[in-house]
Design a protein around this ligand. Structure first.
Ligand code: IYR
Length: 240
């Protein structure tokens, strides 16, 4: 294979403005690749979303580390269009719980979720009570930045915001699991109240909320299985 190391930029000026650096993560031998892949998969198989948290405190530095890891996510035009808003303040968590339960009460009790949706949720045993929002030591809300506001006040478009935030959310969840913490991707819908309660600017919209903490010892989770590989992976070997 012929490698191209030249800049793909159309002009020398652009190339000088946006220098490239070498990326050499190193190659592993195939056996080591498989070993790491299996170890990672096994670790991820053990992850579960939980709804019962221990109220034991979690050090802020662990939340910072998880957000730092999440913020390595690839993003459209490298805009990193996310803000992670974290709180451990009881009064803020209480306000979030109250507003979330109000929305969920309408979802569950006034049938804002249609029958098909309620049927899909039945195995999870969820309802409109969201105590975990006060019990978990941290709530982290991932806001998507619909556009960027520069320091001079000028607006710039962000690209593939939902895709970028979805990937960042996945890395955040993985980072928490890796350090022995648990979470629940929670989307009380509609979520607009979070922007108000957390005092966020106009360009930010709540994307997903994460109560974070240690699982309550002995917590039970739904006995669900993950789809086997042949249901989620399709290899195409010729044109249709
Ligand atoms: N937001 C509601 C309902 C809910 C929706 C889905 I999709 C879930 O996987 C779980 C719950 C709630 O949080 O109860």
């Amino acid at each position: 294979m012929t490698a191209r190391y030249e800049h793909p930029y159309p002009s020398a000026e652009l190339a000088a403005e946006h220098p490239f650096v070498e990326y050499s993560p190193g190659r592993l031998d195939p056996a080591e690749m498989q070993r790491r892949a299996d170890a990672f998969h096994e670790r991820m198989e053990a992850r579960r979303s939980i709804r019962l948290f221990d109220d034991a405190p979690v050090d802020r530095s662990l939340i910072e580390r998880a957000v730092a890891a999440a913020s390595t996510a690839p993003s459209g035009a490298h805009k990193q269009p996310w803000t992670f808003v974290a709180t451990s303040a009881p009064e803020v968590k209480r306000a979030i719980r109250e507003a979330a339960e109000e929305e969920e009460r309408v979802n569950y009790l006034d049938n804002r979720m249609n029958e098909e949706w309620q049927e899909a949720l039945a195995p999870l045993g969820t309802d409109h009570h969201k105590e975990f929002l006060e019990i978990a030591p941290w709530i982290v809300v991932l806001f998507e930045q619909r556009y960027e506001v520069r320091s001079d006040g000028e607006r710039r478009k962000n690209y593939y915001v939902k895709e970028s935030c979805g990937i960042a959310a996945g890395i955040f969840i993985t980072a928490l699991h890796q350090m022995g913490l648990a979470t629940l991707p929670h989307t009380p819908s509609p979520m607009a109240f979070l922007a108000r309660v957390l005092g966020r600017p106009e360009n930010e919209r709540p994307f997903v909320m994460f109560p974070v903490g240690h699982p309550l010892p002995g917590v039970r989770v739904p006995d669900i299985a993950r789809k086997p590989l042949d249901q989620v992976l399709v290899e195409v070997t010729s044109l249709p």
